[in-house]
Ligand binder design. Structure first.
Ligand code: NOJ
Length: 516
């Protein structure tokens, strides 16, 4: 599958914005587009040159906006379509790019398509969702909504039970109600998806992060149908919007690359071993040094080969679905984690607030379908003013309660402290931007990634440039056998890395990049 990869993706460093919690300018306790615009300089100053904006469309917010009720309208609480267009323009004025979050697999139950599809009489939207033809038959392998319509049938859901599944057909239909991908209903759904993309790309967004990209065609064991569907979308993009960037939430790079995506996330679900790094009982990046990076590396290598050694796999610092990085990784180890994240192929994604080490807020009541995810979605901590500068609303009106600790990190304090996490990340991004080998397409070869052992070492290369990266989160000196002799150090944190007597020896809690 040939894809036109937009050049800006080669050195993109993304910043994920959860719009509810970023910056509120109208005092209602919820973030808005104007707030995001007012903080673009902050994001640029950090070094990020691309943004992923979580869903910001009309929605009853039963799943924080992943339950869309109108794909063509911005959610009024964030502003108007015009405001969003202005956001795109302001982003571009700063030589940055922005991806919207496309949710193709399901809508809200409040979407007018769904309301029409509930009706007994046949209409334009009867086949927009996956329905069985009897209330007594449930769609196998999927949850369903049933007993709320005059229509006789059960409607499959794609995630929560208020998110009915859009109908892109079944790979191999085997029941009368299952439609094939070529039937009129599924074809119309796909055309509508393209219209939605056309609408926002035409307005100036640079592409999409695609929610649950692998979930569209049903009973599609090897994803052949879903891959074909995305190839169809790729053809449309190549014709009409060749510079649009497509990043999938799929977690299977070999499939997403075939579907014409430019990048895919390595995620906290599935067999990626991503959790071994930051989010398990003994994460590799904890200073206890009891973690194991080897299975992650083995899986990474497998995916890297399958995706043709392209910079396709994106490793996020976190996102709105997982625990904050700072829940399990602390102090200097956060810096070491970023020395890793910012020297890997693909585009690094920094979840808002991770750059200042924002903490997971414990014991919160679920907000808008967040459940355990709510603690990772609390409002950004900007400064020492009211509500950490997030909003002028009374505290109880804030979208989610903030971290109340007296020593909660703020952007203002970290900008002023040259040893802060923020400034270390800024330094790391500057270094990444200066060295093609460290960027998305630079190749990677692992030098040391042994079972239950430290450090982690790999070589990144592009053209004549070869860089060795050594990462030791453990609170003890470690070494491995190697005759590598570096020419120059381009980054170092913590203690020293020494190269002598056929050994590379690394001080406790240290990281370094070396020209070799
Ligand atoms: C993945 C999104 O990241 C998550 O927040 C959402 O709840 C589900 N998809 C359903 O859309």
């Amino acid at each position: 599958m040939s894809t036109n990869q937009p050049e800006w993706l080669d050195n993109a460093v993304f910043y994920e914005i959860y719009p509810q919690s970023f910056c509120d300018t109208n005092g209602d306790g919820i973030g808005d587009f104007n707030g995001i615009i007012s903080k673009l300089d902050y994001i640029k100053e950090l070094g990020c040159n691309a943004i992923w904006l979580n869903p910001c469309f009309a929605s009853p917010f039963g799943d924080a906006g992943y339950d869309v009720s109108d794909y063509y309208s911005a959610a009024p609480r964030y502003g108007t379509n015009e405001d969003l267009k202005r956001l795109f323009e302001e982003v571009h004025n700063r030589d940055m790019h922005v991806l919207l979050d496309l949710v193709p697999g399901h809508t809200s139950v409040e979407h007018k398509w769904f309301k029409e599809s509930l009706k007994a009489e046949h209409n334009e939207f009867t086949d927009r969702y996956v329905w069985t033809d009897s209330i007594w038959e449930e769609p196998q392998g999927m949850g369903c909504i049933r007993g709320i319509s005059d229509r006789d049938g059960s409607c499959a859901v794609n995630f929560f039970s208020h998110q009915p599944a859009l109908n892109y057909g079944f790979y191999k239909p085997d029941r009368p109600w299952q439609q094939s991908m070529d039937d009129e209903g599924p074809k119309a759904t796909l055309e509508e998806l393209k219209n939605i993309m056309r609408f926002w790309l035409g307005m100036g967004c640079d592409g999409f992060r695609v929610d649950m990209a692998g979930s569209l065609v049903k009973h599609d064991e090897d994803s052949k149908g879903t891959i074909a569907l995305w190839q169809n979308v790729r053809e449309f993009l190549d014709n009409e919007f060749p510079s649009a960037a497509m990043v999938s939430e799929w977690g299977e790079p070999d499939k997403s690359i075939q579907g014409g995506f430019h990048m895919d996330f390595l995620l906290h679900f599935g067999p990626s071993h991503y959790n071994d790094l930051f989010r398990c009982e003994e994460p590799f990046f904890s200073d206890r040094g009891k973690g194991d990076v080897s299975e992650f590396v083995a899986k990474y290598k497998e995916n890297y080969e399958k995706s043709e050694r392209k910079g396709l796999i994106c490793i996020p610092s976190g996102n709105h679905d997982m625990d904050r990085l700072a829940r399990s990784i602390h102090g200097d180890n956060l810096k070491i984690a970023f020395a890793f994240l910012l020297s890997m192929p693909g585009a690094p994604f920094i979840y808002y607030g991770d750059e200042i080490g924002m903490r997971y807020v414990e014991n919160l009541v679920s907000v808008e379908g967040g459940y355990g995810r709510t603690g990772s979605r609390s409002p950004m901590q900007w400064d020492s003013s009211t509500n950490a500068g997030f909003s002028s609303a009374p505290k109880e009106k804030l979208y989610i309660p903030q971290d109340e600790s007296a020593d909660r990190p703020t952007a203002e304090a970290q900008l002023a402290d040259k040893n802060s996490l923020y400034n270390e990340i800024k330094k790391l991004i500057t270094i990444r931007q200066k060295h093609a080998a460290l960027q998305s397409k630079g190749e990677i070869e692992f030098v040391y990634a042994e079972k239950n052992a430290y450090p982690l070492a790999y070589i990144r290369s592009a053209g004549d440039e070869k860089l060795l990266v050594v990462i030791n989160p453990a609170d003890r000196e470690v070494s491995f056998d190697s005759n590598i002799m570096p020419k120059e150090s381009i980054y170092s944190f913590g203690g020293t890395v020494s190269f002598a007597d056929g050994k590379v020896t690394v001080s406790p809690k240290s990281a370094g990049y070396y020209k070799i």
